[in-house]
Design a protein around this ligand. Structure first.
Ligand code: ZN
Length: 450
């Protein structure tokens, strides 16, 4: 175990007291934060010292919603509604295999690390027959880049012939989906506080999943003590279909099926009636807010201010790269702030609330608020050191304003469990050019067969 002293930096701890230091330090011992404060650190025999002058230290960002495999299908169906976009992409995704998934996931994770992200929730719900071991491909990609993962074993069991949106060859049998999910939990889910990999249960969405799979998934997750995730209330098309089929809104449907609770986080939650917002808050159900993807699809603007006021945890997500080609999490801080203000005016979301959502809000969505999401002694050393003295940010006095209002700054350092993943703006755990080459080959393999 070695010690690292980060000194001469601005620090935004994102703790309950709103602790910030203008010229502070952070001490890391092994995989934990052991101290932080204003001014010079206590004298000690540190193994490594980092002069972080001109930098801001924050908790590592937490990505609460992604589909990493989509890095192999970026830039398609570019002017479509969600249902049009899905219908065009499903047949391509039907040709996924473990090799493509590994290459796409590695690229997506590298991009996330380079934009300040240290923990990634990935919702993987496409399991074509004979695709190989895609879960293993995802787990090995997270190990290769060195970030923490919450892999959501997704599923779809409602193909076109059952009134669902996906083609029949892309869906699993209900029992097979539940069995595959249980096997993923048994094989990969780590309950330790410093876990690198956890598994959650994630039927894809009400329009691609049967009621039997939704309720079976909730029962399985609670029996195993893991978290639940799905897409909900993303578009008005979804709401219309839900009203026509089951006679209630998606949020009411989720409530009816036992899908609200502090062990659940939901992607998007854009179209919510006031009563649904109150229910999400009262049950402490989390929301994964994905502003860039919502904008690209034209889905609407999530009522983030109202959800926060109701007491619901809200985190940020990039969503799959097929609906957010950038895939960078740093810019979602900026987008979340802009979209909240477009909906609710200039006081609808402060810049520090945007940073809270990207860190502690995300940790709460994933149930990891005790070990991640803020800089406090005893917490895991997952942190980002943003360089703010370059052309893009120089002269902005408030470092949090520079981070949230400006473009995503380069990283002087990104630590995950005390281990350096990025330094001086470059990925240190893998070769960025090699990853880009693998991604190009995977995209060609998948799309070339069209
Ligand atoms: Zn999604």
């Amino acid at each position: 175990m070695s010690t690292l002293l980060i000194e001469n930096a601005a620090v935004c701890a994102v703790d309950a007291d709103g602790t910030e230091f203008r010229n502070g330090h952070v001490i890391v011992d092994g995989d934990r934060i052991t101290g932080l404060g204003e001014g010079r650190a206590p004298e000690g025999d540190y193994d490594h010292r980092m002069d972080a002058s001109g930098c801001l230290v924050t908790p590592g960002l937490v990505n609460t919603h992604h589909h990493l495999y989509q890095w192999a299908t970026r830039g398609l169906s570019v002017d479509s509604t969600l249902f049009e976009w899905l219908t065009e992409l499903y047949p391509i995704w039907g040709r996924l295999d473990a090799g493509v998934t590994h290459a796409a996931a590695t690229a997506g994770l590298a991009r996330l690390a380079l934009t300040g992200c240290t923990t990634v929730a990935d919702h993987h719900y496409v399991f074509p027959a004979d695709a190989g071991d895609q879960l293993d491909a995802l787990v090995s990609a997270t190990g290769r880049i060195g970030v923490r993962a919450q892999i959501v074993r997704g599923s779809m069991d409602r193909g076109e012939s059952d009134g669902g949106l996906p083609p029949d060859n892309l869906v699993e049998d209900t029992e097979a989906a539940l069995l595959g999910t249980e096997q993923a939990i048994d094989r990969y889910h780590d309950t330790a506080a410093d876990a690198r990999v956890r598994i959650a249960v994630g039927p894809c969405s009400p329009f691609s999943v049967s009621e039997k799979l939704m309720t079976g998934a909730a029962e399985l997750a609670r029996r195993k003590g893991v978290r639940l995730h799905t897409h909900l209330a993303e578009t008005l098309d979804e709401e219309r279909q839900c009203l026509a089929e089951v006679g209630c809104t998606p949020a009411e449907y989720a409530d009816r099926l036992g899908w609200l609770g502090d062990d659940v986080w939901l992607a998007h939650t854009i179209h919510l009636a006031p009563e649904a917002i109150r229910r999400l808050g009262a049950t402490r159900t989390g929301s994964a807010h994905c502003p860039t993807s919502n904008g690209r699809i034209g889905a609407g603007i999530a009522p983030v201010r109202d959800l926060l006021d109701a007491g619901a945890p809200v985190g940020l997500g990039v969503d799959g790269a097929a609906s957010n080609e950038s895939g960078g999490l740093g810019e979602e801080l900026h987008q979340a702030m802009l979209q909240a203000r477009q909906r609710g005016g200039p006081t609808a979301l402060s810049i520090r609330e945007a940073l809270w959502m990207g860190t502690m809000g995300g940790a709460r969505c994933l149930g990891r608020q005790d070990e991640l999401g803020s800089l406090e002694p005893g917490k895991l050393a997952d942190l980002a050191v943003w360089r703010l003295d370059g052309l893009a940010h120089a002269g902005i006095t408030d470092p949090v304003a520079a981070l949230v209002l400006g473009s995503t700054p380069p990283l002087a350092r990104l630590l995950v469990g005390g281990r350096t993943v990025v330094s001086d703006g470059e990925l240190r755990t893998a070769d960025e050019n090699a990853i880009a080459g693998e991604l190009r080959a995977a995209s060609t393999k998948l799309q070339g067969k069209r």
